[in-house]
Ligand binder design. Structure first.
Ligand SMILES: [Zn+2]
Ligand SMILES: [Zn+2]
Length: 337
């Protein structure tokens, strides 16, 4: 539900001199928000006082606290979701600050589906001049894709990659895999994903597989010459896809689980992981280093992000936006406060 809240002012209420206030230009609807919209809040965050929705924002700094280092009024910016990490624990010091036990989310203070948003300056990043607010709103899905493929799977040139799930993050994974020199890069989806699989082809997928109508294992054999894929990323958020990933990865390959929102899933661990000597890698969120890499990748101009944005609606039409984002005919839906 939309509600009226007072405009934030630095130095008053909870906002400190290290904060900036961002006028939100656009904010994407993410799977997390769709899950909350459909199923209510997950138990893990039920004990917090409040949670605002919206975290994939781009905007302009309209006010900077006197200790907001490196960020000035007028800067065009994006922001990391995770804030409050301690900066001195082993996880923070090893580049995984989003998993620090003190890390929380700015959504616990206020969501980005709002006109003005206060944020700690150290979690805010300037975007390249040539990057539009629309493109910049995809920084968080891109940062997750970099975490999954580069930081977790450590994809190398000439490796084969399968991406299970052709949603916005799946299409970011596709582009990063291609830029890494992987070949072939394959995207899979359901029959309902036909439109998304078409877009995957235009974005450079070497093959796409509709798993409802094609035999995934036969296609994998054909494409990889009976080997299986070096790297498989599950981003469909489906327990079934977790097992598919383990089935189509090659012996000694890597599987990254980056999708969320599915229930407990049964895995024949001995047959699928031990015997094949698989590296099974979890991937959650987007550490600061993934954001820095994302922004440099935007500077290269080598990403094609416009096809991933399907709709832009005013915030007042958020319910229609959520309905669109929930359908597989759309991709990333952006709301404009
Ligand atoms: Zn997101
Ligand atoms: Zn820490």
């Amino acid at each position: 539900m939309l509600e009226e809240i007072p405009e934030p002012v630095i130095g008053k209420t909870v906002y400190s001199p290290e904060d900036v206030i961002v006028e939100v230009k656009l904010c994407g609807i993410c799977g997390t928000e769709l899950n909350i919209w459909r199923d209510g809040f997950p138990k893990s965050i039920l004990n917090v006082k409040q949670v605002g929705l919206g975290h994939e924002l781009s905007g302009v700094v309209i006010e900077a606290g006197e200790k907001a280092s490196g960020i000035n009024k007028g800067d065009r910016v994006v922001a990391e979701v995770s804030i409050d990490s301690c900066g001195i624990c082993p996880l923070c010091l090893s580049g995984r600050n989003n998993l620090c036990k003190f890390a929380s989310s700015f959504m616990l203070y206020q969501g980005a589906f709002s006109k003005y948003l206060p944020l700690p300056a150290k979690n805010v990043h300037k975007i390249p001049d040539k990057t539009s607010f629309e493109e910049a709103a995809l920084c968080q899905p891109l940062a997750i894709a970099i975490n999954a493929l580069e930081l977790r799977a450590k994809v190398k040139t000439g490796e084969s990659v399968a991406i299970l799930g052709p949603g916005p993050i799946g299409l970011c994974l596709l582009q990063i895999a291609k830029l890494s020199g992987a070949w072939p890069v394959v995207v899979t989806g359901l029959k309902a994903d036909e439109k998304r699989l078409e877009i995957a082809k235009t974005l450079g997928a070497d093959f796409t597989i509709n798993v409802d109508e094609e035999d995934l294992f036969q296609r994998t054999k054909d494409i990889t010459n009976f080997e299986g894929f070096d790297v498989v990323v599950e981003i469909a958020g489906s327990g079934k896809a977790v097992n598919q990933a383990l089935d189509i990865v090659k012996t000694c390959g890597r599987v990254v689980l980056a999708g969320a929102g599915y229930h407990a899933v049964e895995i024949d661990a001995s047959k699928k992981i031990m015997v094949k000597q698989i590296d099974l890698l979890g991937c959650r969120g987007d550490p600061t280093i993934a954001w820095i890499k994302t922004l440099r990748l935007l500077e290269t101009g080598k990403l094609n992000l416009k096809p991933i944005i399907s709709d832009i609606l005013p915030l007042s039409e958020w319910e229609e936006g959520f309905r669109l984002a929930n359908s597989r005919n759309s991709l990333k839906v952006l709301l404009q406060p």
